[in-house]
Design a protein around this ligand. Structure first.
Ligand code: ADP
Ligand code: MG
Length: 238
């Protein structure tokens, strides 16, 4: 378990600043939601935390460790994407085990972790299937399971529910909340959906044009928006 700290984190593409001097501290075990309209820099911020995108400035810490210059695999972070990114030719069991195998985790340890994750996500009956034999919701569970088996310090989610239908979205949202309660690890969750943000976040961080507008508990932000943008964005219906 670890906290995540961003200090002055900035990203420019070809001279255009898309994330501007973001300061944000996510506590150990906290569920933080980055929320804002499309193009405001949420994914870029998350990708910098994951190490998938270099920073143009600033510092990222996980616990006390400065990870700003570290490769993704050195950061002990797991990221769940909206397109699941499962290996199509591998079974669910192999999809769960693969990352651990690549890291040299022992066979017995892998089996134990896969079994534990499968039980937690209720996907034991799916372990022998291939991804094409799964529904969208089931694929999402497997993607979650793959993150879970790594036992990361931090989970990162980039709009993980956007490919699901409305009913499944609500269901999986509750599953992610349950998972957070059970594993107790810090999670950073990106969405453009203010209802998702309000439901899931211990705190939410509202962004606009690469700049943090407000950070606070959902109801505090709702009751006392920092500016008219936040009021309009958080207050508006889905
Ligand atoms: P969000 O996830 O909030 O929708 P993004 O972080 O994906 O926003 O993008 C923020 C801005 O940065 C957008 O204007 C986007 O076009 C731009 N951007 C993202 N990635 C790149 C890239 N690799 N090269 C150039 N511009 C990019
Ligand atoms: Mg995005």
């Amino acid at each position: 378990m670890a906290s995540v700290t961003l200090e002055g984190v900035t990203k420019s593409f070809a001279g255009l600043t898309v994330v501007q001097s973001v300061d944000l501290a996510i506590a150990e075990g906290e569920f933080m939601v980055l929320v804002g309209p499309s193009g405001c820099g949420k994914s870029t911020t998350l990708r910098m935390i994951a190490g998938l995108e270099e920073t143009s400035g600033g510092t990222i810490r996980i616990g006390a460790r400065d990870v700003t210059q570290l490769e993704p695999r050195e950061r002990n972070i797991a990221m769940v994407f909206q397109n699941y990114a499962l290996y199509p030719h591998k079974s669910v069991r192999e999809n769960l085990a693969f990352g651990l195998k690549m890291r040299g985790t022992g066979k017995a340890e892998i089996e134990q972790r896969v079994a534990r994750a499968a039980a937690m996500l209720k996907i034991e009956p799916l372990l022998a299937r291939k991804p094409r034999q799964l529904s969208g919701g089931q694929m999402q569970r497997v993607a979650l399971g793959r993150a879970l088996v790594r036992e990361p310090d931090v989970f990162l989610f980039d709009e993980p529910l956007s490919n699901l239908d409305a009913k499944m979205r609500v269901h999986m949202r509750d599953e992610i909340a349950r998972l957070h309660r059970e594993v107790g690890t810090a999670m950073i969750y990106v969405t453009h959906d203010q209802v998702e943000a309000m439901t899931l976040g211990d705190r939410i961080c509202v962004m606009k044009d690469g700049v943090v507008q407000q950070v606070g508990r959902p109801l505090d932000v709702y009751d006392r928006p920092a500016n008219t943008f936040v009021a309009g964005f958080i207050g508006s219906p889905e």
